[in-house]
Design a protein around this ligand. Sequence first.
Ligand code: NAP
Ligand code: ZN
Ligand code: ZN
Length: 346
Amino acid sequence: MTTVAAYAAPAAKAPLERTTIERRAVGEFDVLIDIKFAGICHSDIHQAREGWGEAIFPMVPGHEIAGVVSEVGSGVTKFQVGDRVGVGCMVDSCRECENCLRGEEQYCLKGMVGTYNAVGKDGQPTYGGYSEKIVVDENYVLRIPDGLSLDVAAPLLCAGITTYSPLNHWNAGPGKKVAVVGLGGLGHMAVKIAHAMGAEVTVLSQSLRKKDDGLKLGADHYHATSDPKTFEELAGTFDLIVSTVSAPMDFGALLSLLRVDGALVNVGAPEEPIALNLFSVIGGRKTLAGSMIGGIRETQEMLDFCAEHGIGAEIELISAAEVNEAYERVLASDVRYRFVIDTATI
Ligand code: NAP
Ligand code: ZN
Ligand code: ZN
């Protein structure tokens, strides 16, 4: 066991504070990673405040991890000391069910083991990336391509894959009109990736406040959902809408913006349910779907795609002591576009 410094929420809704945690000894197939950067995902906040239900405390959040391998177990074949690596939202799964076998470990039938707020196969709680080091089985570790710096690569491990996966699955590309709802951490990655895939991209944000940024990130069009005219003008327009909104919103209104056979894919995970009139999907044979992160193979594919297209996250680098303030800013939609903790400051 190794004792490492971390930032943890001691209880639900309590501010995060510096503490220490134990990491397990490096096992045969484990990789020890010196964490350099950890992104702040809105999911960290939902969980640290028990917005999704009962959680495990103390909680060390963080599932957007980028660092360097500092030790490997005797059976490790995929990584060496010095490799630049990442860890996303899961650190294990059953490896045997049909979903694991086809590389979609995030949908493991026995439940994936989350990077934090979960219990590992050893019966111990898992602790995430707001810490100095982490020990992870090599099968759940990603390689960060040379072209990507670790700070802007960290958010790709959740925000990148969560948007790449549905864009890929629903064939965003040339000739496709794609709308991204919410220009936050996930949303800004969705814009960059959909643009790089060749789609015509529209941002639907609450206001026009971030319009210049959205266009720079690669959007072709930008509209405010607070303006009722947006819904008149864009009715029946999109092949695919990806909603990244963290709060309940009017999905009926979003569905009205789809073409016949279009799909609205929700990746946002609001704490409250929504009401939906099902006539919104009947007319126009529309699909309402969801998507959760991506499998290990697809996450590596996404990292390689981002490196090839020069895509990293737009980040605001903060010290660990600023994490509570950063949480408040995320909740106020005041983030451009991902806070990343420099873990050297823990
Ligand atoms: P974020 O940075 O806070 O972005 C969310 C964006 O949603 C905000 O920037 C804002 O965009 C918009 N928004 C917020 N409140 C709104 C409201 N009341 N009405 C309309 N729009 C609102 O959060 P994130 O880290 O991108 O995460 C977004 C959501 O995805 C969270 O719920 C998170 O838990 C979830 N998530 C899901 C997965 C998955 O696997 N499915 C993975 C990661 C995260 P504008 O200012 O542009 O309107
Ligand atoms: Zn996340
Ligand atoms: Zn499984």
